[in-house]
Design a protein around this ligand. Structure first.
Ligand SMILES: *Cc1c(COP(=O)(O)O)cnc(C)c1O
Length: 361
């Protein structure tokens, strides 16, 4: 780490790879001899068109996205997708897996548009595990099955996809996007707010199978909220989030150069294991998540009491480990260790927690 940067365990916006930030810094006053920064550039210019096209091409390569899927860059963040998904895909109803705060938000929004069935839930134990989804009962009116593949607040992740019984699977991959290989063809639609594991906030990547892009939508649905608008204009219907597209494009290229998603998965497994092994052996800190369902990206943990949680988070911050406070809805602590968190950062955190336990536990 350089420039006085610290290990930042924020759940999002979160760390970006340092070499990418250096490249961006070097180009910020004059992008490739254009005489201007990407922030000042017309989105209709040839220079920007090339940035956009390269970003999409690199993402397609990284994830192996088949040609019959569209890649869309949409503004408004993840919350807009909670509404866009049902607006565009729901004819009569949908089935949702209720596994945490983010799937609950998606569910609440979907209810505005039709009959929503909760096909499985883990609310009974505070979303600390994932429900068995191998034999779901899906109602005939469900047009799709929705899940949040990595619950950022509760620290769970789906290691196997549910049997959707022929319905398209819609997945919120925000906090695990590009953290491991993904078989895109098993999904109807994947979306991810980029500020968790990729780049600057304000944009969502949507990967949608072409046959799910409908044009026969209710006339009251605004142009911007229709997937076909973005698909028909290559995400340039209006001024896109040029800055985010540019920065995310740099991260896509960086990940390709680092060995792609297989390599990211290997590193993420290695990093997460260091932290989980410590927590499982600790007599002061404890991870409440069922081992089989644990996320490699977001690691919630607790001490024996909320008061001790707050003290430990404050001590960690003073020692240069920032943003370890758990989400306000669940308390405790949480370390988000996305792609850009170096292994050295996790090792340093574990050394700190170990010393803290010996001094305070
Ligand atoms: C952060 C997050 C969201 C919401 O994203 P916004 O861009 O803040 O609207 C949705 N889903 C998941 C899994 C998230 O982590």
């Amino acid at each position: 780490m350089h420039y006085g940067r610290i290990y930042n365990f924020s759940a999002g916006p979160a760390m970006m790879p340092e070499p990418v930030l250096e490249e961006i810094a070097a180009e910020v006053l004059n992008y490739h001899g254009s005489g201007m920064s990407v922030m000042e550039m017309s989105h209709r210019s040839a220079v920007f068109q090339e940035i956009r096209d390269q970003a999409e091409a690199d993402l397609r390569k990284l994830m192996g996205i088949p040609a019959h899927y569209k890649v869309l860059f949409i503004q408004g963040g993840g919350t807009v997708q909670f509404a866009m998904v049902p607006m565009n895909l729901m004819k009569t109803g949908a089935a949702y897996l209720e596994t945490g705060a983010w799937s609950k938000k998606a569910l609440a929004e979907a209810k505005r548009y039709g009959t929503v069935t909760v096909a499985a839930s883990s609310q009974d134990r505070n979303f600390s595990y994932l429900p068995d989804c191998s034999h779901l009962t899906l109602p005939p009116e469900a047009d799709y099955l929705y899940l949040c593949e990595n619950e950022t607040i509760h620290g769970t992740t789906f290691w196997t996809l549910p049997d959707a019984q022929g319905r398209p699977i819609v997945s919120d991959q925000s906090s695990m996007f590009l953290s491991r290989p993904c078989d895109v063809e098993r999904y109807g639609l994947i979306w991810a707010g980029v500020q968790k594991n990729v780049g600057p906030a304000g944009m969502t990547v949507v990967i949608i199978r072409e046959d799910l892009i409908r044009r026969d939508l209710d006339e009251h649905i605004p142009a911007y909220l229709r997937y076909h608008t973005h698909a028909d204009h290559e995400s340039m219907y209006n001024t896109p989030n040029c800055w985010s597209i540019y920065c995310c494009g740099k991260v896509f290229r960086y990940l390709l150069n680092q060995g792609g998603l297989e390599e990211m998965a290997r590193r993420n497994q290695e990093k997460a294991k260091i932290l989980y092994d410590f927590l499982d052996a600790s007599r002061f800190f404890r991870c409440p998540v069922a081992p089989a369902d644990r996320s490699l990206m977001n690691v919630p943990f607790v001490t024996p009491s909320p008061e001790e949680d707050a003290k430990a988070a404050a001590a960690a911050k003073a020692a240069g480990f920032d943003n370890l406070k758990g989400h306000k809805s669940v308390g405790g602590l949480r370390a988000s260790i996305y792609n850009a968190m170096p292994k050295a950062g996790v090792e340093a955190l574990v050394r700190f927690l170990d010393r803290y336990e010996r001094e305070h536990g």
